[in-house]
Design a protein around this ligand. Structure first.
Ligand SMILES: Nc1ncnc2c1ncn2[C@@H]1O[C@H](COP(=O)(O)OP(=O)(O)OP(=O)(O)O)[C@@H](O)[C@H]1O
Length: 367
């Protein structure tokens, strides 16, 4: 998939902008705050229908305007598709492919896979498990639409179970049978989610290690470890029954807490360097190298599973990396022949130097 053209109207600080892209490398250079990251965010919208910054859609409408439009021409093998996202201030967001609206956003996920590497990635290390779960879910969803369906159903059912637990607490009543109605759907959806997450992380980890070794010159060993309540005692011969046991053994605790305390909604990823938490012992540069390795491994898995090269969005990537790590990274990008790449940087000369070394067709846009 190659994005040939991007046109923005009233998207964040961009009133009207069009770009005709190189199929290989595209750089946006300019001072702080001119809207370089916003362009990557628009490309992220094209991929997954929302901002990578987690902003609400309405916040992305340019101040004092009534709507935004992101429109693009995308080379999809032999044909060109038009993807259009329209967000009016007064009504729902519409995503169209070749003039036909999608019924559900989920149907668009996977069409144009993307991987973003940005300064905000450090939140993956510093934040709570929720942001790592979201990252894992977004990664698997881009390669497996049934995963996204299971995830949506699982989350809905957990919400219903939690609402019932709260109802019981509020009305000082309890009915075990009504609570157990949720055991089957939760364990069915949840077990599938668990198995896919476990498998995905097991295959991702050696690739992360491989990339980290290249970027760091083999200085440290990193590990991505999947953590789940389901790991201890899970029996693949009877997959669902273990989840059900987990739910029933925590009923008393759940009643006291008024929410479901055990399940895949509590999963996490552990990031380690030389056997210790990378959050505790990793320097900023080491953490950044780890996150880049994680994202490059994500590209690798998406390519392997879907046959599509995701677009690579690199926001301020060169910041905080020393020269040798930048060189290793460039060599890697060169060797691995990633798909179409979009880079932002405040230093025009640095970007131009880097791009020259990559030796691919490129365009530099001054914003
Ligand atoms: N809804 C909006 N309406 C108008 N302007 C907006 C809106 N949302 C964000 N902006 C503006 O976008 C600018 C930030 O853009 P962006 O983060 O893309 O900059 P950047 O060029 O990547 O900067 P840096 O080099 O600092 O990362 C800010 O000036 C901000 O005020």
């Amino acid at each position: 998939m190659i994005i040939n053209k991007l046109a923005l109207i009233n998207f964040k600080n961009h009133s009207e902008q069009s770009f005709y892209f190189s199929p290989q490398i595209n750089c946006f250079v300019g001072n702080n705050g001119v809207g370089k990251t916003n362009i990557l965010d628009a490309l992220h919208y094209l991929s997954v229908g929302k901002s990578f910054l987690g902003n609400s859609d309405l916040n992305n409408v340019k101040s004092d305007e009534d709507f935004f439009v992101i429109e693009s021409e995308i080379q999809n093998e032999e044909k060109e598709d038009i993807i259009k996202i329209l967000q009016p201030k007064e009504s729902k967001k519409v995503i169209k492919k070749n003039d036909k609206s999608y019924d559900r956003l989920a149907d668009h996920i996977g069409y144009l896979p993307s991987v973003m590497i940005s300064p905000y990635d450090s939140n993956l290390i510093s934040d709570s498990g929720e942001s790592r779960r979201k990252f894992l879910d977004a990664m698997i969803s881009q390669t497996d639409s049934s995963y996204l369906f299971d995830l949506i159903q699982y989350q809905k059912t957990i919400q219903q179970r939690n609402a019932l637990l709260k109802y019981f607490a509020k009305n000082r009543t309890f009915d075990k049978d009504s609570l157990e109605i949720y055991d089957d759907p939760i364990s069915n959806f949840g077990t599938r989610i668990f198995e896919k997450r476990k498998d995905f992380v097991e295959k991702l980890n050696p690739i992360v290690q491989h990339f980290y070794e290249i970027i760091s010159g083999g200085k440290e060993i990193v590990n991505v470890i999947y953590e789940s309540h389901l790991l201890d005692g899970f029996d693949s011969a009877q997959p669902n029954s273990f989840f059900k046991e987990l739910l029933s053994s925590s009923i008393d605790k759940d009643r006291a807490l008024t929410y479901t305390s055990k399940g895949t909604h509590k999963d996490d990823l552990l990031f380690e360097m030389n056997g210790n938490s990378i959050k505790k012992i990793g320097s900023q540069g080491q953490q950044k190298s780890f996150l880049i390795s994680l994202k490059l491994a994500q590209i690798n898995r998406i390519k392997e599973l879907t046959g599509k090269s995701p677009i690579l969005l690199l926001d301020d990537i060169f910041d905080k990396l020393d020269d040798s790590r930048v060189s290793q990274l460039i060599e890697l990008v060169n060797k691995e022949s990633f798909g179409q790449i979009f880079i932002t940087d405040t230093h025009k000369e640095r970007t131009e130097n880097v791009v020259r070394r990559i030796n691919e067709e490129s365009k530099v846009f001054e914003i």
